[in-house]
Design a protein around this ligand. Structure first.
Ligand SMILES: [Zn+2]
Length: 89
């Protein structure tokens, strides 16, 4: 994989809940306040981002296992069947 020189780093959250710089973009997004993680394409998250209330609490994870270990739970709207409390879906 060619490296274009300008290395772009992404802020990701690790399993220990601390952020670190990664050369790879996160696969999942999360909210620091609600402790929910979901797909990057999540419509619910996109709505909050659009409203401008999400950005400062926005975190990213390299994979799901890290998100779960960090204490986050799956989003009920973009990850149906994954949320433990999915009964109200
Ligand atoms: Zn979602």
């Amino acid at each position: 994989m060619p490296n274009s020189g300008a290395l772009k780093l992404f802020k990701l959250l690790g399993a220990d809940g601390r952020s670190y710089d990664s050369p790879k973009r996160g696969a999942f997004g999360g909210h620091r306040g609600t402790k929910v993680y979901g797909l990057m394409t999540c419509k619910t998250a996109a709505r909050y981002v659009a409203a401008g209330t999400y950005q400062k609490n926005r975190v990213f994870f390299a994979d799901e296992a890290i998100a779960i270990t960090a204490g986050y739970r799956p989003c009920g709207s973009c990850m149906p069947g994954r949320a433990a409390d999915d009964a109200r879906a």
